[in-house]
Ligand binder design. Structure first.
Ligand code: SAH
Length: 234
């Protein structure tokens, strides 16, 4: 895979990179006219493009060809999870992107403490783009608005497979088929009893990942890896 750059607009025959991406290409990667790189904008395709002129504020490119390599899961995998603070939140977003998760929903529960602001969600989108450059995804993981657990449980259009991670749940078994799936993870203080009861009433299955208490991000990534992996094992 050649070096990948993100463009926040539709890609036609001629593309202009500006801002941080142009600077990175020109100053950090020291690319020159004639070099070939890869562009993506989240539309599912990647575009091989040749650099025609370089300046640290502006890079001009001509698109050579377009492909759409299959790097997405063949089903939707949504993760609702309270956002851990600081670097742990960044780590979680990057790894969920790499694992192919369709959308991340920052979750608000009775015991959660961090509730990302608008500016934080722009940052989260930046982490998604950086991780997508590295892992080759051409569709960006969506960052959904903050979601209240009670609203999420009641949403009518949820996937058939709805899982809530909780140490008191039934032991998790390997999923057999490629189903649209949503996974909910609790905050450091865990789900409250009434939240667990509401989830069961809304036909969510409560599942355990074993006898140890995992950090929020470990539980989210373990669940995403288990459920995302089925795409390659059948
Ligand atoms: N003291 C809390 C632990 C919270 S850990 C409690 O007893 O629930 C934060 C979240 O990570 C949990 O709400 C759950 O969603 C997930 N988690 C942590 N360890 C887990 C395990 N062993 N099995 C399933 N989910 C787990």
């Amino acid at each position: 895979m050649s070096e990948r750059y993100y463009v926040n607009s539709p890609i036609a025959d001629h593309v202009v990179l500006q801002g941080a991406e142009a600077r990175h290409l020109a100053v950090v990667c020291r690319k020159r006219p004639g070099d070939v790189i890869c562009l993506f904008n989240g539309d599912g395709c990647e575009y091989r493009a040749e650099i025609t002129s370089v300046d640290k504020k502006r890079v001009d490119l001509t698109v050579i060809d377009t492909t759409s390599p299959p790097r997405e899961l063949p089903f939707s995998l949504d993760v609702a999870c309270p956002l851990p603070k600081g670097d742990r939140g960044q780590f979680l977003i990057e790894k969920l992107t790499e694992l192919g998760v369709t959308s991340f929903m920052p979750l608000r529960t009775r015991r959660s403490v961090v509730h990302p602001s608008e500016s934080r969600s722009e940052k989260l989108e930046r982490y998604v783009i950086e991780a997508s450059k590295q892992c080759g995804r051409n569709v960006l993981m969506r960052i959904a608005p903050l979601q209240f657990l009670d609203d999420l449980l009641r949403r009518p259009e949820l996937p058939a497979q709805r899982l809530l991670a909780d140490p008191s749940g039934r032991p998790l078994t390997r999923p057999a088929s490629l189903l649209h799936t949503i996974i909910a993870i609790g905050p450091e203080g865990g789900f409250a009893e009434e939240e667990l009861a509401a989830a069961t009433a809304a036909l969510w299955q409560s599942v355990s990942l074993g006898p140890r208490t995992l950090r929020v991000e470990t539980a989210a990534l373990a669940m995403a890896a288990l459920f995302g992996h089925t795409s390659t094992s059948v």
